[in-house]
Design a protein around this ligand. Sequence first.
Ligand code: NI
Length: 176
Amino acid sequence: MAVREIIKLPDKRLRLKSEPVKQIDASIRKLVDDMFETMYKAPGIGLAAIQIGIPKRVITLDLSKKEQDHAPRVFINPEITWHSEERAKFEEGCLSIPEYYEEVERPTAVKVRYLDLAGKKHEIDAKGLLATCLQHEIDHINGVLFIDHISKLKRDRVIKKFVKAAKENAAKKVEA
Ligand code: NI
């Protein structure tokens, strides 16, 4: 296992549409291991493979509150097959947009079809935090970020801030 670098706004790879996993082989199992290690280290509750620069439709989640209750979950080729008409606002953040939080309105419940690591098909009903996280991560594999769901004014402001930070970082690297 290895902790991988999490790519950040404005990295263009975050806008890629990830490819479906065709075969769950050793490389996918290694990817999932690395995603969990990276996610726990961050720490975060969800990660999409593209956030470590791999454009494959793989998501890891762990919504457990305490470390001793770790409940790792993997979703391969996840698809939203139904969403509720009812919507609600939750504050969201993202490991690729660190230290920025904003309320996002989404359907309160979804049905998600996916494969587990053994290649077995599942369909689950998700609501509350699980529904929000699954929608946030499925957005990632479609090249969508949570800031796409907020006002243009707020989105432009946060993008500008991260573009500026990336430029300053690049300048520092040149100096070093
Ligand atoms: Ni995210």
